[in-house]
Design a protein around this ligand. Structure first.
Ligand code: SAH
Length: 222
């Protein structure tokens, strides 16, 4: 795993609180050590507004502007763990960059991420924070992620952090054979779903109830 180099001063202050968060996620059932280590190292306070930074290491969802939210750390860890399944991943597509926190966790446990976001200012901010903490294995696209990112597919895994009423067909198409798609599905009652591709078959597994913002259509510039 890569080392994160923080600017002087950042990182040290929240070291203890991050360790406590990691311990809490372990108690809640997160067992993948790479994921726990990524949570321990990643300064979540940089991904939220300064006014909220004192709450950054609580296991809670936080607003990131534009009516969007950063998921609670448990969900970020759970989705990453599910995505990893048994083995290492090379190419991963992420839909819904948002603050970039989930991207940062994922970037430490997979080779390369292709991350799509429909709200341009969120994407720009995420890019800047990831650069600041020296995460370099992510490329970004401002677009409607319902259509995936066909140019780099198929992907070993796809992670979606906003909920569509049903799994977009185009994402299934861009999933490699043997690949894993983790996605919240549903309108009011959403279920975190793991889809595994076996040739032309897609095996759907319901994991647990969740609450995500909706996966919307079209990209917007402000
Ligand atoms: N994973 C993010 C939080 C996601 S909130 C984080 O760690 O902060 C959901 C994100 O999905 C929002 O940023 C929202 O703009 C984005 N989104 C919703 N519909 C989308 C679509 N069709 N294509 C790409 N991004 C989308």
């Amino acid at each position: 795993m890569r080392d994160l180099h923080y600017k002087t001063g950042i990182g040290m202050t929240s070291q203890r609180t991050r360790e406590r968060l990691m311990e809490r996620l372990f108690e809640e059932g997160i067992r993948n050590l790479h994921v726990l280590e990524a949570i321990r190292r990643t300064p979540r306070h940089l991904f939220v507004d300064e006014a909220l930074s004192h709450r950054a290491y609580e296991d809670t969802a936080l607003p990131i502007g534009h009516n969007q939210t950063l998921s609670q750390p448990y969900i970020v860890a759970r989705m990453t763990e599910l995505l990893l399944g048994g083995g290492p991943l090379d190419k991963v597509l992420e839909v819904g960059t948002g603050s970039g926190y989930q991207t940062a966790i994922l970037a430490q446990v997979v080779e390369r991420i292709f991350s799509v976001e429909r709200i341009y200012p969120l994407q720009e901010r995420a890019k800047a924070v990831l650069k600041e903490i020296d995460i370099r294995n992510v490329v970004f696209r401002h677009a409607d992620g319902n259509w995936g990112w066909p140019a780099y597919g198929p992907y070993d895994a796809i992670l979606v952090t906003a909920a569509p009423p049903e799994v977009p067909a185009e994402l299934l198409r861009q999933l490699a054979d043997g690949g894993r798609l983790v996605i919240p599905v549903g309108a009011r009652d959403q279920v975190l779903t793991l889809v595994t591709r076996e040739g032309d078959d897609f095996i759907h597994q319901a994991v647990e109830p969740v609450r995500f913002v909706p996966l919307l259509a079209g990209a917007i510039s402000s």
